[in-house]
Design a binder for this molecule. Structure first.
Ligand SMILES: Nc1ncnc2c1ncn2[C@@H]1O[C@H](COP(=O)(O)OP(=O)(O)OP(=O)(O)O)[C@@H](O)[C@H]1O
Length: 258
């Protein structure tokens, strides 16, 4: 093959991988406290979807998210985000991560927090107001964070993550403690971000949130026991209800592992 064709072929390959998959995980093994918390995980996440990591408490969702953002020590395997090794410097501008703990200053207002982080992150000047509007905190923008409700406070952390319009957004249980209206609004926001081309990875242990995802990875004891659309997983498990489907899959998995 002539050199130019080889280069073109390689570029096509890179392009098709980077446009098709935002995340590629291969044989990932993580050991925490001497225990294999993720024994051997492989999956990929396509660009521009809302992918849910669903599973009971302790199933390894946070550990997996930490591996995706590159802050988790990995014993073996490969984790790539947007075609780069997880945690590598070029990804810092392209990835947003919101942990379960709010990571903003309690004694500043919402807008002051956003302005501060916009300077630190070197975000566009209009990013502050855009992010405040995206999480619907316009009316609370000049209130001190410590006086906000838990749900409002977690939306401030989300607004910080949105400042640089990340291509991949990793959100660890962002809807915990929110009322149903706020939860619905946040899920609508995740889908708007995905429609605009971002890849959103959201963890939850609440099964009724599963239906809101384009795609689900159901986790249990560090393993993925189902991977598909909510409809596909229900069909696979022979149940109309996602919680029942999860329970059937757990039983089937336990049976096959025995
Ligand atoms: N710092 C740590 N040291 C040792 N083991 C840990 C540590 N953090 C978590 N683990 C263990 O790793 C496993 C997976 O925990 P992880 O927090 O990833 O689960 P999770 O699905 O996110 O749970 P939750 O929904 O409660 O946040 C659990 O068995 C937990 O006890």
């Amino acid at each position: 093959m002539p050199a130019r064709s080889i280069i073109q072929h390689m570029m096509n390959n890179v392009e098709s991988r980077t446009t098709a998959d935002a995340v590629v995980v291969e044989d990932l093994r993580v050991v925490r406290g001497g225990k294999p918390v993720l024994p051997c995980l492989s999956f990929s996440i396509p660009v521009g979807q809302v992918t849910g990591l669903l599973g009971p408490s302790g199933s390894g969702k946070t550990t997996l998210m930490r591996a995706l953002v590159g802050v988790q020590k990995v014993a073996a395997g490969r984790v790539e985000v947007l075609g780069q090794p997880a945690g590598s410097a070029p990804l810092r501008r392209r990835l947003g991560y919101v942990t379960q703990a709010a990571s903003v200053y309690d004694d500043l207002t919402v807008r002051e927090n956003l302005r501060f982080f916009a300077r630190v992150l070197d975000a566009d000047p209009d990013a502050v107001e855009r992010s405040i509007a995206a999480v619907d905190l316009g009316e609370a923008a000049d209130r001190i964070v410590s006086r906000l409700s838990g749900g409002q406070r977690s939306r401030v952390s989300l607004a910080v993550a949105l400042l640089r319009q990340p291509e991949v957004l990793v959100l660890d249980e962002p809807t915990v403690g929110l009322d149903p209206v706020l939860r619905r609004d946040l899920w609508q926001l995740f889908h708007r971000l995905a429609d605009a081309g971002s890849t959103v990875v959201v963890s939850s242990h609440v099964m009724d949130e599963a239906e809101r995802c384009d795609r689900l990875l159901l986790m249990r004891e560090g393993r993925i026991i189902a991977d598909g659309t909510p409809a596909g997983i229900k069909q696979q498990a022979g149940s109309d209800d996602i919680e029942q489907a999860f329970l059937h899959l757990v039983e089937a998995h336990a049976g096959s592992a025995a």
